[in-house]
Design a protein around this ligand. Structure first.
Ligand SMILES: C[S@@+](CC[C@H](N)C(=O)[O-])C[C@H]1O[C@@H](n2cnc3c(N)ncnc32)[C@H](O)[C@@H]1O
Length: 250
């Protein structure tokens, strides 16, 4: 992804910051967001220090903090950060990118990133940075749209909705990139992470019509367990080795 595309993402999220929570923090969106948050929370240490990359309006930080941890967030968009500060007044938020994390080495026990990975200008660089700021033994958990038959048509859909000027929180052509399991294993191990686990989640989508959404919610646990080919979000958890060895030194 180019720098121009990253600027476009930033401008977009600045422009939707005030309506973002209507999408993910009202009953239906909350249901979706809580579902993926729970999955990530299960793999992260609790009562620990967390960095959330692409924190948006602070939805995950709020949940992590309510579960007893402390959390800081970084995001590309100044206006998303403003909303996050309003939501979680006691947490710290900084404007910044995942590709250049404004924290010292070995600072965090846990790193999260929800619905951001497909937007990254340089995912390898983001993971190198995440590895650098994680403490030895620290855990990273991310969730993002994965590469699946069902997501293949999304870039075209986003392009069309942009052309016909659909006002939507996420539907724009940002040159997003989706990854499958193998690519996730590769990219996380290249950055030095070990104990990499990849799972698929989410069958109910917030933009489905009501009866379909209700049905999809009902069968979601079954789909995730038995037919993950139909789930569209990919979750990855991984650990920075206890010896904190640098990826370059192997
Ligand atoms: C779909 S929103 C997800 C926000 C939040 N994680 C959530 O779960 O609600 C994507 C967010 O990623 C941010 N973002 C995109 N690219 C980024 C990057 N390279 N570094 C940091 N934040 C980024 C956007 O500004 C936006 O707030």
């Amino acid at each position: 992804m180019s720098t121009a595309q990253q600027e476009k993402i930033q401008e977009h999220y600045d422009s939707v910051a005030d309506i973002y929570d209507n999408h993910y923090d009202l009953p239906r969106g909350r249901c979706y967001h809580t579902h993926i948050s729970r999955l990530l929370m299960e793999s992260l240490p609790h009562n620990a220090a967390l960095l959330d990359i692409g924190c948006g309006t602070g939805l995950f930080i709020e949940k992590y903090r309510d579960a007893g941890g402390s959390a800081v967030g970084i995001d590309l968009s100044r206006r998303m950060i403003t909303r996050a500060r309003r939501r979680c007044a006691t947490s710290d938020f900084l404007i910044g990118t995942g590709e250049s994390i404004p924290f010292a080495d070995n600072s965090f026990d846990a790193i999260s990133s929800l619905l951001v990975f497909s937007y990254l200008r340089d995912p390898d660089q983001m993971l190198r940075e995440a590895y650098r700021v994680a403490k030895p033994g620290g855990v990273i958990a991310i969730c993002t749209l994965g590469k699946k038959l069902i997501t293949r048509g999304i870039p075209a859909l986003y392009l069309i909705s942009e052309k016909i000027k659909v006002k939507h929180v996420v539907m724009k052509d940002f040159g997003e990139r989706y990854f499958d399991e193998e690519e996730m294993y590769d990219i996380f191990s290249r950055a030095g992470f070990t104990d990499i686990k990849v799972t698929w989640c989410s069958f109910a989508h917030i933009d489905m019509i009501d009866p379909l959404f209700r049905f999809a919610r009902k069968v979601e646990p079954f789909v995730e367990r038995r037919i993950p080919q139909l789930a569209y979000n990919i979750c990855v958890t991984a650990t920075k080795p206890e010896d904190g060895s640098s990826p370059e030194s192997g």
